[in-house]
Design a protein around this ligand. Sequence first.
Ligand SMILES: CC(=O)N[C@H]1[C@@H](OP(=O)(O)OP(=O)(O)OC[C@H]2O[C@@H](n3ccc(=O)[nH]c3=O)[C@H](O)[C@@H]2O)O[C@H](CO)[C@@H](O)[C@@H]1O
Ligand SMILES: C=C(OP(=O)(O)O)C(=O)O
Length: 435
Amino acid sequence: MTYLRVIGGVPLSGTVQADGSKNSILPIMAACLLADSEESVIEGAPALTDIDSQLAILTGLGAKADRDPHGRLHISASNIKTTTVPFELAKKLRASYYMAGALLARVGHFKVALPGGCNIGERPVDQHIKGFEALGATVKIEGGYLIGHTRSRLKGNEIYLDIQSHGATINIILAATLATGQTIIENASKEPEIVDLCSFLIKMGADIRGAGTNVIRIQGVDKLTGQSHRIIPDRMEAGTYMIAAAMTRGSVYVERSIHYHLSPLCAKLREMGVTVIDDTSGIYVNAERPLKPTVLKTLPFPGFPTDLQAQMTSLLAITQGTSMITETVFSNRFQHVPELIRMGASMKVEGQTLMIDGVRKLSGAHVKATDLRSAAALALGGLAAEGETIIDGLDHLDRGYSCFEAKLQNLGASVHRFGNGAKLHLVSSHDAIGG
Ligand SMILES: CC(=O)N[C@H]1[C@@H](OP(=O)(O)OP(=O)(O)OC[C@H]2O[C@@H](n3ccc(=O)[nH]c3=O)[C@H](O)[C@@H]2O)O[C@H](CO)[C@@H](O)[C@@H]1O
Ligand SMILES: C=C(OP(=O)(O)O)C(=O)O
């Protein structure tokens, strides 16, 4: 077992760089399957277990998929030997289901085990199925697999998404790129990762208009070829470090973060009294003044992202006054709450709403992360807490944060990984910092 030990109390200070976006690179890796010639080279791929899992899936399908020593991914899918993604591989990440749209377009059939990923509530695929069927495929769920085929080439169609689903928008775009005729996706997701995927597909030869708006038009083409692409910065990772700066009353420059992608977070932090300044290369956060409580609701982009909700919970836990968070995207995304309460937070979940009565300080405790962003939220709690916090469940953290400890150490934090039977020993921050 491996744990993270965080000694709180140090205001973060310095510069941290955002890596390439996990939620952008994973569908782009699936899109590489659409090219029957030329290698794709993806730059800016961080060292994440989700990326390793997606590489293993591509290799299993017969593609050549590797990471070079400079962190670039090389993917070439001239041969596809199977269209089955077994449970053992698919269960590791939600993004495994993007193989369905790509395989359906490229070879006309797929059998992909229903995915894993974060345990944050129901993650149905009815909108993905609706889209594939509208394009002419026959799709069923059987034995834990999503199975689809089409007898002839997929045919473009109009598809209205009942829910503005990020995943379904991506899967339908992937399937529609090689269809005949035009596909129009209405009520499409507008998230930056969709725009990045479409930029890559357009370089490959796809004809796509409207990415980043609610209506995306895809005119099918006959062929796509591999291309090079640099992934956009990870707004969730960048946002996590911005919140960490605010929590520790620090002063941090998050290089490569894009203000437009983070505008809901920047707005909320400013409302709370944090200084947030954006320039051409990043965002500067300074939180020396006392902060004010706030109210926020998670929504599809450009609303407040659900992937930053847990981290904001940690910040509001130590912001005196009453705050309220409503989670509208996922049905079970407050699993960090009992752990923060273990650290002294005062908050209560009422349905999809969390009422927070901000306390002056959290205190270190042994806590367990049950999903990716809750792991980050607990680490942030630890950075601001008195004493030592031990965090269990790092497999979740490693899915989405690369060099997490090193980046925080660089900002002055005391964060270390230890494990394999190492003795847990809780100490006070005074002892630990050597005061
Ligand atoms: C809208 C939103 O914030 N999406 C987030 C979601 O994308 P992800 O693609 O995982 O989720 P979706 O956007 O598809 O889901 C949004 C909502 O739609 C529902 N749904 C989805 C598909 C479907 O076929 N039927 C259905 O009912 C889901 O249960 C959920 O309540 O998690 C990603 C990883 O955390 C984030 O990067 C995305 O920003
Ligand atoms: C929940 C997340 O990832 P996934 O949807 O891949 O499980 C996330 O990125 O916060």
